[in-house]
Ligand binder design. Structure first.
Ligand code: NI
Ligand code: MN
Length: 220
């Protein structure tokens, strides 16, 4: 499996014939070519996460997976969407995914209620990847740690709307994760941080911080 950071909270996962986008806000990669995208996952309705999901789905035919109300909203825009809720593994051609709690809010850019926000745990060939979405630190992360011990955790660190560095470092311990990729920072003024603080503190916990630049690939 190959992971690529597309900026903010957006990641692309390529595994065999699958190309998965999570929170496809592509403002930071205006030349990104979505050709071949097979699956889109959206954690909540805010514009910096729903992003370009609907146009990419229209362009590629990729189905959008999101919490029921958000999926219905996407369907109402004429694209294929699978509504899910928290708490059960769902099978896909690349592996399985479970939606987990995120503590935040969720409405679409035009003000439609979009259900509860979520994070996603992916199991792809036994490799566990957790994408937290937008959330504060919360004790559900201890459960995710107990049950799944993610190999890779993508955690928001920018503060203001989500966890800040201090809480993301605590989250990394609760999650029993080995590698942390910070996200949701420095995109806007309100979430500007010094990422080297995060890098140092995660290292001090004996974990691997993976600071990815926009467009960078991880793995092969
Ligand atoms: Ni949000
Ligand atoms: Mn956000």
């Amino acid at each position: 499996m190959q992971l690529r950071y597309l900026g903010h909270s957006c990641f692309e996962i390529v595994h065999k014939n699958n190309k998965i986008l999570i929170d496809p806000f592509l403002a930071l990669v205006p030349n990104y070519n979505p050709e071949g995208v097979t699956h889109i996952f959206v954690t909540h309705g805010h514009g910096d996460h729903l992003g370009n999901a609907i146009e990419i789905s229209k362009q590629t035919g990729a189905s959008i997976t999101a919490v029921f109300e958000l999926a219905n909203y996407c369907s109402s825009k004429g694209v294929s969407a699978q509504g899910i809720s928290l708490g059960a593994w769902i099978d896909f051609s690349f592996g399985k995914v479970i939606a987990v709690p995120a503590f935040h809010s969720s409405s679409t850019p035009d003000g439609v209620y979009a259900g509860c926000p979520c994070g996603f745990v992916f199991n792809i060939d036994g490799k566990i990847l957790y994408h937290a979405g937008d959330t504060c630190l919360n004790s559900e992360m201890k459960i995710i740690g107990d049950l799944y011990e993610p190999d890779i955790s993508c955690l928001p660190v920018g503060g203001c709307y989500t966890m800040d560095i201090e809480h993301a470092v605590i989250a990394s311990e609760w999650l029993k994760t080995s590698m942390v990729i910070p996200m949701h920072y420095n995109t806007f003024e309100a979430i500007k941080i010094d990422i080297t603080d995060f890098e140092r503190q995660i290292r001090e916990k004996g974990k691997m911080p993976m600071i990815m630049s926009v467009g960078e690939f991880l793995g092969g």
